[in-house]
Write a protein that binds this ligand. Structure first.
Ligand code: USQ
Length: 382
């Protein structure tokens, strides 16, 4: 299959591109390095040293004998996006190419606007590039579990059967996003659903949980193929941050009581889920929604997990509850359905499989590169 990976320089985009290439797909990537730029501007950097995209593609060619085409373009520039679609004629596009940080979007008006403008505009460009150049192309879009928020009822996979005043319908599940960033993904889902109804777009919206881990089969082949690893207060996510904190001797930053519960998945499972979505395309005019995570944990449970794994490696790890910088429920019901990817054959990689220890061991190699000032939370929701 010809697959275009948007955001192909990112934490998930680059490993996805390699994995698809290794599995025999013809792969092209597009990126404008915005993530690198805003992480640097925020005073942080990837813990892992990463090459630029053309260099990575060269190492990949040397290691695997396979080619990944690189396009350094801004997805907000429609002419360039359209040209890549015309030339490459993708059968599927995996869209990761967005600003992914809730705290970044909550810093102030400017960051909220930048996140929403960038994400919503580039997603519209992708929709129109498909419709105008490769109408049969399947859009696999990275959404987020944070679109739903934490309602006091079970969360369904995208749609909910509702009976109201004697009538019934199946409608998009209600959304209560956690941040301006998560709200941008809600807008994307609405726009993709609209395009599927109006233009016959075929689309799969992957509402992904929090991803953790640093290694995949392909990143382990050569140091030049490493993916980025963020741990700062804006672009680092909970479990990855805790792992980094453990190896550099920083107390684990549990926000509030740590009762917040979220869905998590290993980076390897992201790649597996995306490929399953690609191999089982939505029909023309259909928007599928999968809840993409494998296990739920409270933040406190994760901190204890990291503390225990650290002990086995001789690390003394302190857990510290700090005032929650976010406006969020800390003790809440959370029971999202996530069976569709399992039905397609996903074999989950579970946290209990020594994954925390493996991540800690890898991070220890690079711990001297950590920028300590970037760790403590500074961005508040209020
Ligand atoms: N948290 C802590 N300590 C930390 C960092 C986070 O207690 O040092 C808590 C937060 O308060 C929150 C939970 O961990 O309750 C998750 O926060 P996060 O930063 O790991 O994840 P989030 O902001 O929700 O966003 C991340 C990704 C985003 C993706 C989302 C999936 O940045 O791109 O969409 O995870 S989900 O969380 O399911 O919406």
């Amino acid at each position: 299959m010809r697959v275009l990976v948007l955001g192909g320089d990112g934490y998930l985009g680059w490993p996805t591109a390699m994995s698809l290439s290794a599995h025999g797909h013809e792969v092209a990537v597009a990126d404008n390095y915005l993530r690198r730029q805003i992480v640097t501007e925020s005073g942080s950097d990837s813990l892992t040293p990463i090459l630029n995209l053309p260099q990575r593609a060269k190492v990949w060619k040397a290691v695997s004998g396979r080619t990944i085409d690189v396009h350094l373009i801004d997805l907000c520039d429609y002419d360039l996006v359209s040209r890549v679609f015309r030339e490459f004629q993708p059968e599927a596009v995996v869209h990761y190419g967005q600003i992914p940080s809730a705290p970044y979007s909550m810093k102030d008006r400017r960051h909220a606007v930048l996140t929403q403008m960038n994400n919503i505009e580039n997603n519209l460009n992708v929709i129109f590039a498909i419709v105008e150049n490769s109408p049969d192309c399947h859009l696999v879009k990275l959404g987020t579990m944070g679109e739903y928020g934490c309602p006091n009822i079970d969360i369904e996979e995208g749609f909910l059967e509702i009976e109201h005043k004697g009538r019934t319908d199946t409608l998009p599940f209600p959304k209560m996003p956690h941040s301006w960033y998560h709200a941008s993904k809600v807008a994307d889902s609405t726009n993709i659903h609209f395009a599927s109804r109006v233009y016959g777009l075929r689309a799969t919206d992957l509402n992904q949980g929090v991803v953790y881990g640093v290694s995949t089969d392909e990143t382990l082949l050569d140091d030049g193929l490493l993916t980025r690893f963020d741990y700062d207060e804006q672009f680092g996510t909970a479990l990855n941050r805790f792992c980094l904190q453990a190896v550099v001797g920083h107390p684990l930053t549990v926000y509030g009581t740590g009762g917040q519960t979220r869905g998590f998945l290993n980076i390897r499972d992201t790649l597996a889920c995306v490929e399953l979505a690609l191999l089982n395309p939505a029909d023309a005019g259909e928007m599928r929604v999968y809840n993409q995570f494998t296990e739920s944990f409270s933040i406190r449970e994760l901190a204890v997990e990291v503390q225990q794994a650290g002990k086995e490696l001789g690390l003394e790890v302190e857990i510290r509850e700090i005032e929650n910088p976010r406006s969020e429920a800390q003790d809440h019901y959370y029971n999202p359905t996530h069976t569709k990817l399992l039905d397609l054959g996903l074999q989950p990689t579970l946290l209990s499989e020594d994954l925390v220890t493996a991540t800690l061991s890898t991070l220890m190699t690079y711990r001297d590169r950590a920028i300590h000032d970037a760790i403590a939370p500074r961005t508040t929701w209020r």
